[in-house]
Design a protein around this ligand. Structure first.
Ligand code: UDP
Length: 367
């Protein structure tokens, strides 16, 4: 006898939102995760009052009021605004690319001055139909910004030449002719007061969750527990890599506790230069305006992915997308398995997009 309506594989945002909504509709869910905790990559570890984003910094932002209201059911959000800075060849620049950045690069003080430099560079180096990240960046912002703040960061982040990467990655970054260092264009932004764990706890309240369970180690028995499966893990692994593995980028985090109040004055400092082996240093307390006497910093080192490592980023170039389409064709033949999330959809999703997608899929399912 099947004990559950849904076995949800993966207790990240997609799985947790799905479980929450299905449970609310009277369905019985079991959520499993191979890690020792729920929360997926938004999980935080509290170290003497500082929420350490264990799997990389997460800043919530959305333009969608429904999604904003949805997360606000579980936690109140603070007014943190992400304004990273980047260090390149010994100089510090504001991000995203805005009037402050242009002043720091060229000394330009007005939008006309900055625009004229950028437009000249776009005319000289840009492309009508940019086919890769380098061509896209040159066409969007010109050569100086590309060479000072994008090229080396990007190539170390992805372990590939910017000419081998998809253009869409760089479209994430705004270009502005105002003195506005807000990294996001979205209407709503912040960090949940009390940390992301509060949101996950709220979503999974009253739902059976089992951690330290690897679905692939006991697939047959686990699958027999429920009528349907919601799978949020790696799509290629689900099909035993039958078309070969998709490529991912992994990360290694090096955490250090420092007995001082403030190390870098900002939550996020990027390091563009290729001789610096990490892409950024996160100082977690600044996400929550922490006043502790100590601080925790994390250096983020991009790494080549292998099957034993965490798959953080899908590498959505043409080769991988073609392979993903083969796997996707198999998923459409499944009647009892629902696929969702960054790994199962092989998509560079942000948190708000995952939530929207989970809500949409669960709604469709329950109808
Ligand atoms: N990027 C860059 N320079 C920077 C920050 C980002 O060139 O200082 C590029 C890089 O290609 C990166 C992409 O923009 O992969 C998206 O960066 P973001 O910080 O938005 O993504 P995250 O890694 O936080 O998901």
């Amino acid at each position: 006898m099947q004990k559950y309506d849904y076995l949800i594989v993966g207790a990240g945002l997609f799985g947790s939102v799905f479980a929450h909504e299905a449970t609310k509709a009277g369905k019985k869910c079991l959520v499993i995760d191979k890690r020792a905790h729920a929360g997926g990559n938004v999980y935080c570890e509290n170290v003497d009052g500082i929420n350490v984003h264990k799997y990389g910094a997460h800043i919530f932002h959305t333009n969608d009021k429904t999604i904003w209201d949805y997360v606000n059911q579980f936690a109140e959000f603070n007014n943190y605004v992400n304004s990273p800075v980047s260090i390149s060849k010994g100089k510090l620049y504001n991000l995203p690319f805005n009037m402050n950045t242009f002043y720091q690069l060229w000394g330009t003080k007005t939008p006309e001055e900055a625009k004229s430099i950028i437009e000249n560079q776009i005319n000289e180096y840009g492309y009508k139909n940019p086919k890769n990240l380098e061509e896209q960046a040159l066409s969007l912002i010109g050569k100086d910004v590309y060479e000072t703040l994008i090229k080396e960061y990007t190539e170390k982040q992805w372990g590939k030449k910017a000419t081998e990467l998809p253009a869409f990655i760089i479209k994430r970054l705004p270009v502005r002719y105002t003195f506005d260092n807000n990294y996001f264009n979205d209407k709503y932004q912040g960090i949940p007061i009390g940390g992301y764990n509060k949101i996950i706890e709220g979503l999974l309240k009253g739902i059976e969750v089992k951690t330290n369970i690897d679905f692939f180690k006991d697939k047959v028995a686990l699958s027999a527990l429920s009528e349907k499966i919601v799978f949020t893990g790696k799509i290629d692994e689900f099909y035993d890599y039958k078309y070969g593995n998709l490529e991912y980028r992994s990360l290694r985090f090096e955490n250090t506790r420092l007995e001082k109040e403030n190390h870098q004055g900002n939550a996020v400092v990027n390091y563009n230069d290729d001789h610096v082996p990490y892409t950024r240093i996160i100082e977690h307390k600044h996400f929550e305006f922490g006043k502790q006497k100590h601080t925790i910093i994390t250096k983020e080192f991009p790494e080549q992915w292998t099957k034993e490592k965490e798959a953080y980023y899908p590498i959505n170039n043409d080769d991988n997308q073609n392979k993903y389409q083969q796997y996707k064709a198999l998923t459409s033949k499944e009647s009892n398995t629902i696929f969702g999330g960054r790994l199962a959809e092989y998509k560079y999703y942000d948190m708000h997009q995952i939530i929207a997608s989970a809500l949409q899929k669960v709604k469709k399912e329950l109808n």
